[in-house]
Each structure stands twice: as C-alpha cells, then as structure tokens.
Ligand binder design. Structure first.
Ligand SMILES: [Zn+2]
Ligand SMILES: [Zn+2]
Length: 431
C-alpha cells in the first residue's frame, strides 16, 4: 500500500544502521568485504544452527561452512504483481527478484492469489522457492468508537499447497474485490465533484483484465489526466485515508481475517504497522485473535519501536519491500530488505508446523475421500509428488517419531489410492 507520509523511524537502534542494505545490485566489493568481516565476527553456534535450518529448508543443504554463514538472508516476503495493483506480471516480478538475488519469494497481491501459480511456474526456472501469499484488506474498529474505522493490511503466508479450506478464504477475497469496484466508482464521483472527472473505462483499463481497481489505479488515472504531477501527489492531495476523494471499502474486520488465516493453515502477519494511527491497540487486539507476526524491517532498516512491540507481544519479526513496480516512482526495489537469519528461523519454525498441519489435513481429506474437489486442494499451485511430501517431512520437529509415523500412514493410504486410480489420473467421482 501507499502510505501518505511514511513515518521515518524515530528510534532506530544504532547497531542496525550498519545492517541496512538497499539494492542488492549496488553492493560493491568493499561493502562485501566489510560484511564478510562483520559476519565472521558474529558467527556463533546459535547462528550456525539457525542458518542451517533456514538453508536446509530453502536450498536443501546446510550452511555449515562458517565462512559462508551470513547473519542475514534475502527472503522477499512482501510484493505485488499486476494481478492486484502492481505493474509487472507475476513472472516478471519473479525474474526481477532473481536478478536482485532473492532466493525465497512470497507474492502477496492484494485480496487475490491469482498470480501464485504463474509465480511458481516462473520460479522453477530460477530455482527460487515461492511461498504462496496474499495481503488482505481489512478494517480495525475499536469497540468504544465503532464509527471510526482504520484500514489494516494483513499478510497471509501458506505452505506449497496453499490454503486449506480454500473456498472459505476465496469467498472473503471475492467479497473484498467486489466491494472495491463500488469504492472506485465512489472515488470517481467525488473526483468529479472536485472538477476532476475521470472515465470509468479508463480506470478499469489501467487496473487491467479482471483486476478490481484500487486507489493506486485511480491515482494513475489522475496523473495521466494531468490533474496531478505524480502518484504521491494524487495520494497526498486527494486519495489519502479520509481525503477529499477517499471512499471506504467493504473490508472485513481485521480480527476476523486473522482468525480466517489461522483456520486455513496460514501464518498471519500485520503489514506496515508504521502506516497505522493506532498500532498499539491494533497489535493487542490482533494478537488476541491469533496474529503470528508483524513487519518490522523495511528498506531503510529496522524500526525499533515496532521491534519492541513484537517482543512485548511475542510476534515474529518480518519485513519486505512492498514492491509494486511503479514506473518513475522511487519505491524500494524488490529484494532490498534482507532479513536476519534468526527472525527467518523463528518464522520458518512457526510456519512449518502450521503448514504441516494444513497439508496433513488436506492429505487426510483426500485419502479418506478421494474425489476431485479434495484433489484440487492439493494441486492448486502445483504438483503433488514425493518432493512435496518430503518437504513437509517433520524430521525437525520435537515430536519427530510420532509425526513421521503419522505421515507414513497417510502416505500408505495415498499410495493405495494412487495404485487404484492409475497415478494422478482420477476417475470422475461424484461428491
Ligand atoms: Zn499494504
Ligand atoms: Zn503491500
């Protein structure tokens, strides 16, 4: 999202200043040497353990060479494609991520997962791992002042098979997208009253085929019509929250969406809390609803205030570029936020047990009722094969043996089904 006046960190801790890397391409030799020196100094058994865990998941290998153990990794966990309000198609976003050195990538389009399959397909070429994601538009409303609503974006991260109970999630996403059409029309009415008429067809064309127009598309139309000089001006003058051309959407409550993400086997993270007017109350309320993580890192470093908030509420610290591919706008580039290995380690430990349970549920569903609809759940974003199953192999879990035996039983059931139905060619079954 665009925040009108992104709040700069007021309490950035001095030790993080040296860790800010923006634009992986720009890193010169000198910096690399300095980084290596710094990394060398910091290598501890804990760092090696965390690095090994992250590398093992991301690349299927260990990072046991102390010279290669870095304290940060390039995971891009927040970016957009033309399937929502980004300007590049998912495959081009992946290509750009690869060019910038990203190894693990989550596409988090607004209120749709339509681009995930294309991103996964493109990622195969570059050996990038994709985490299926979505950024869901919600509102927060404090009970005592229920008429005041604040827009809140919640990121959801799913395992390779995507969400369990996909239909339940999709129904909510469809309702939000449909609400956005109404909202865009209302913004155009307001702009027309402000003597800045825009053509509806033009805004829809900017949004692209089948994409619900958002504020960014209306802003783009304002630039193209010459009413403002750039996107920033469109937001700061007319489209900011509560601005003269702002219109409220049809978004669900943030707490309900966090619960929905939990129910569908995802990790729920609060996006760009620095854009919130009321971050403390929102974090408190969302934590009670099951929130797992919060964005703390961005292109200009760690925001100490939100890092403290994460510590207070036991939330995993994440971050990403929020890249949209806007032309001529100096937005942070994809892959410009590298995350501390320890935070990625905490994220993966949590996520993998959530994803494992979701995957297990979907496999059990299919094993017990091998019908197309249950098969589709597993194949939504790709193929189900031995790799996928072993990827979820719980050898790293505390309940190792128990979990492994559990999975073995599912595997057995599945192989029986596959034999009886000639591999993945499912017979047409009703139900
Ligand atoms: Zn956002
Ligand atoms: Zn975003």
């Amino acid at each position: 999202m665009i925040s009108n006046s992104p709040q700069r960190s007021t309490g950035r801790s001095p030790e993080t200043l040296g860790d800010v890397h923006c634009g992986a391409k720009k890193t010169n030799k000198k910096k690399r040497l300095r980084k290596r020196k710094r990394n060398k100094k910091k290598v501890t058994p804990e760092l090696i353990l965390a690095s090994n865990y992250v590398h093992n998941w991301a690349f299927g290998c260990l990072a046991d060479d102390p010279d290669k153990v870095a304290d940060r990794v390039l995971f891009e966990l927040h970016c957009h494609s033309s399937c929502s309000d980004g300007f590049l198609p998912p495959s081009a976003v992946v290509e750009r991520a690869h060019g910038n050195g990203v190894k693990v990538f989550a596409l988090t389009d607004h209120d749709t997962m339509a681009g995930v399959s294309e991103a996964m397909e493109a990622a195969r070429k570059f050996d990038i791992k994709v985490i299926p994601g979505v950024e869901i538009s919600t509102v927060y409303s404090a009970r005592e002042e229920s008429e005041i609503e604040e827009p809140v974006h919640i990121l959801a991260y799913y395992g390779s098979c995507g969400p369990a109970r996909y239909e339940e999630l999709d129904r909510v996403l469809v309702a939000i997208r449909e609400g956005r059409y109404l909202r865009a029309r209302e913004m155009l009415i307001k702009l027309s009253e402000l003597k800045m008429p825009l053509e509806w067809e033009h805004v829809v064309k900017i949004a692209g085929n089948g994409v619900a127009p958002g504020r960014l598309h209306v802003a783009q139309a304002l630039v193209e019509a010459g009413y403002v000089e750039n996107l920033k001006q469109a937001f700061s003058r007319y489209l900011y929250d509560g601005g003269p051309a702002y219109a409220k959407g049809n978004e669900p409550f943030a707490e309900a969406v966090v619960q929905l993400i939990c129910r569908t086997g995802g990790v729920a993270a609060l996006a760009h809390p620095w854009a919130l007017k009321n971050p403390l109350a929102i974090v408190k309320s969302l934590k009670a609803a099951g929130l797992h993580a919060i964005e703390v890192y961005r292109s200009d470093g760690k925001l100490a205030g939100f890092s403290d908030l994460a510590d207070t509420y036991g939330l995993v610290k994440l971050g990403g570029s929020d890249y949209h591919g806007r032309r001529g706008d100096d937005e942070p580039d994809i892959g410009c936020v590298d995350l501390p290995v320890f935070d990625v380690y905490e994220f993966l430990k949590l996520a993998r047990s959530i994803w494992y349970d979701a995957m297990k549920g979907m496999l059990l569903n299919f094993a017990e009722k091998p019908v197309h609809v249950n098969m589709d759940e597993l194949l939504r974003f790709g193929k189900l094969n031995d790799d996928t199953i072993s990827e979820y192999s719980p050898s790293w879990l505390d309940k190792e043996e128990n979990a492994a035996a559990e999975f073995e039983a599912i595997r057995l059931k599945l192989s029986h089904i596959m034999r009886n139905t000639s591999g993945l060619q499912m017979p047409v079954m009703s139900g």
